[in-house]
Write a protein that binds this ligand. Structure first.
Ligand SMILES: Cc1cc2nc3c(=O)[nH]c(=O)nc-3n(C[C@H](O)[C@H](O)[C@H](O)COP(=O)(O)O)c2cc1C
Length: 206
């Protein structure tokens, strides 16, 4: 087994690098599933904006509006799942675990890297709430464009990111006759149940 096969984060990054060469756009697009505390799930696409390899056990970072449907669900029930599918590679990766907010400094740094129009959009969009008409969104964009002028645009208090701390990472590869290859990495914790010790690899029937 090569080292990338033993470390799921390294293997994920290797797959993502391949996908970046072959996918027509957004290789980092991923379906994010969340749920209400009473078990009603919902799913939507987001863009993966960071993978931690320096943090024990790794982490998967995405950004959103904290007052959106997903934002509310993640704050009420901080558990989530991600599902990547790269059609050009015929591969998929599933990640499950608890989520935690990213630090303000981390969110500020990412927000500052975004295009000016996207930073204004984050102020103007009341994500997931009813929209009276397209004009209402355009009016809000115009108002924030005037408000901020050519000055700095601070990160809105309702806009930040989450880090999913993986408990389970599955790598799926298409194989002939639907006899696909499935390899699952399970996080192994120490005695207290909260210290990362490593990964246990398991194969699953397709
Ligand atoms: C490819 C793709 C990438 C997206 N990336 C993001 C993202 O990074 N953050 C985000 O809040 N919404 C993103 N969206 C929009 C979401 O899918 C969704 O419409 C929005 O976040 C509202 O979801 P919610 O009502 O469940 O909170 C993306 C949509 C697509 C199709």
């Amino acid at each position: 087994m090569d080292s990338a096969a033993e470390d799921p984060i390294a293997r994920f990054e290797a797959w993502m690098a391949e996908a970046a060469k072959t996918e027509p756009n957004d290789p980092n697009a991923v379906c994010l599933a969340t749920s209400t505390p009473d078990g009603r799930p919902s799913a939507r696409m987001v863009l993966l904006k960071g993978v931690d390899h320096d943090r024990p056990g790794g982490g998967f970072v995405f950004y959103t509006n904290l007052e959106s449907r997903k934002g509310g669900e993640l704050q009420a029930n901080p558990q989530a799942a991600l599902c990547f599918h790269w059609k050009t590679l015929q591969r998929s990766v599933r990640v499950e675990g608890a989520v935690e907010p990213v630090s303000d400094a981390e969110a500020d740094a990412y927000y500052a890297s975004r295009a000016r129009g996207s930073r204004i959009g984050a102020w103007a969009s009341r994500q997931s709430r009813p929209l009276e008409g397209r004009w209402a969104l355009e009016k809000a964009v115009a108002e924030y464009t005037v408000k901020f002028g050519i000055g700095e645009i601070p990160r809105p208090p309702h806009w930040s990111g989450f880090r999913l701390l993986p408990r389970r990472i599955e790598f799926w590869r298409d194989m002939p006759f639907r006899l696909h290859d499935r390899q699952v990495f399970h996080r192994v914790d120490g005695g207290a149940g909260d210290s990362f010790e490593g990964w246990r690899l398991e194969a699953l029937y397709p």
